[in-house]
Write a protein that binds this ligand. Structure first.
Ligand SMILES: [Zn+2]
Length: 462
């Protein structure tokens, strides 16, 4: 019996292996084993194990900091900016790195390959759209845009997740720089939404991953949040009140995961602010801020602001960037905010007309990855239906009833518009009952205020 060989074999397995891998034990024991027979060798092996257990080697020390590995299945809508396996892996690696920097031993990785979502909607406008996405396979679902979350229509949401649950929905945020190892914004978005699925709420810390805005400095994960990520306990936290931005430009340059904050946006009603927002919408170097700018214009709601929204939606040529496309759909939804606050007939007329997919036939731009005008026209029309709903306007309700009955639309998309109109009508009644401002503010608070969370079902997305 060749004991030297047996000892070498054992080095790959179990306690004895760890022990014998260190020179302090293995060299001496192996020499002893090879020359003294089976009984002596066994005795020597036992002595070695005892000796090595009493003197931890670097290997055993490393084992005291276990890392829990968890792989997530990722799926995306076919029209989204392509998320390669490598890109998804990189986002998850960056998220894991943030956790490790906080001494949180959880490593996230991609399960299999990024799959394609089999859904009719690349942009979410209603709970039906959200459910359609979440019932698809996968944990991380990447879509083109999110304009409904947690019970309310809201333009330009970046992430919406079951809280707690097993479904997170995100848009691709700033994908053009996601290859940069220093760029962690998309990883923060994923980690934030993953936190919601682990029952985490927002936290009043300007450096926290669970802050409702994204910034490259928002890297802090608390010990209790780590426990929730690991699945040891569930944790809630407190609401984060963002300090007001100094200027409208600063305001729209912030990254709001759950939509532009309504009451803060209302502070920028001056003509100078509308002019600044208009200039941002004409500057292609600021495309990533366009969706915030149009959402803010919708909240401002003046005639000048709505004129800019109408102009912005229709202009442009060729395939849009994902950020620009998200801004276009957000702008249509933001027109619902204008109507809800002003009740202006011209805005109502615009939205009623826009709820017909055919009305968008003359637009020159295309969605990011396709020249399919049908997908573009349906997305914009669904945005208009959602806008009519969130306005709570009584005349809009009449239009929505017509749409629900299929009386106004005669296209291949009529059944989808009818379905959207049904949800929008329900939302409109809720808005009318509560009042537009109160409705928007209440929904915003429910997303960020843990006290209000208690009143809502736990499975509500956030
Ligand atoms: Zn959040």
């Amino acid at each position: 019996m060749n004991m030297t060989r047996k000892v070498k074999t054992d080095t790959s397995k179990g306690t004895a292996g760890l022990c014998l891998a260190s020179w302090r034990c293995s060299e001496h024991v192996c020499m002893f084993c090879s020359s003294k027979g089976v009984v002596a060798t066994t005795l020597a092996l036992l002595l070695c194990i005892v000796a090595c257990k009493s003197k931890p080697t670097p290997t055993t020390k490393a084992a005291l900091s276990p890392v829990l590995n968890r792989s997530l299945a990722v799926a995306e809508v076919p029209t989204a900016e392509t998320l390669s396996d490598a890109a998804a892996t990189q986002v998850l690696q960056k998220a894991s790195s943030i956790l490790r920097q906080n001494s949180c031993g959880l490593a996230l990785s991609l399960s299999g390959s990024v799959s394609a979502l089999n859904v009719k909607h690349s942009t979410i406008f209603s709970p039906n759209d959200y459910d359609d996405v979440c019932t698809q396979p996968g944990y991380v679902h990447v879509v083109d845009g999110i304009n409904w979350c947690d019970g309310a229509t809201t333009p330009n949401i970046l992430g919406c997740s079951s809280n707690p649950g097993t479904c997170m929905v995100v848009v691709r945020y700033n994908p053009s720089v996601s290859d940069d190892p220093q760029q962690v914004d998309e990883a923060i978005l994923w980690l934030h939404e993953y936190g919601h699925t682990r029952n985490l709420k927002h936290r009043n810390d300007s450096n926290a991953v669970m802050n409702p805005t994204i910034d490259s400095s928002h890297l802090n994960v608390s010990a209790s949040e780590c426990s929730a990520y690991l699945g040891v306990t569930s944790a809630a936290s407190s609401q984060s009140a963002q300090p007001a931005a100094a200027s409208v430009e600063d305001f729209v340059h912030r990254v709001y995961i759950h939509g532009v904050p309504f009451e803060q946006a209302k502070r920028y009603k001056s003509k100078a602010d509308v002019k600044t927002l208009t200039a941002i919408l004409q500057d292609h170097s600021q495309e990533r801020y366009w969706a915030n700018a149009v959402s803010t214009l919708g909240i401002i709601g003046t005639p000048e602001a709505s004129e800019q929204l109408v102009s912005f939606v229709s202009r442009g040529e060729g395939n849009l960037s994902p950020a620009a496309f998200r801004a276009k759909t957000s702008a249509v939804v933001a027109m619902g905010y204008v109507l809800g606050q002003s009740g202006r007939q011209s805005v109502l007329n615009y939205l009623v007309k826009s709820a017909d997919p055919k009305s968008w036939a003359n637009v020159s731009w295309s969605i990011p990855s396709s020249s399919d005008t049908g997908e573009r026209d349906l997305t914009l029309a669904k945005g208009a239906v959602a806008a009519l709903g969130v306005s709570g306007d009584p005349k809009a309700q009449t239009a929505l009833r017509d749409l629900q009955l299929g009386g106004r639309i005669d296209t291949a998309f009529s059944s989808q518009i009818q379905k959207s109109a049904g949800y929008a009508l329900n939302e409109s009644k809720a808005v009318q009952q509560k009042g537009f401002d109160a409705y928007v503010i209440a929904n915003e608070q429910r997303r960020v205020d843990p006290a209000a969370q208690i009143e809502t079902p736990k499975t509500k997305p956030q």
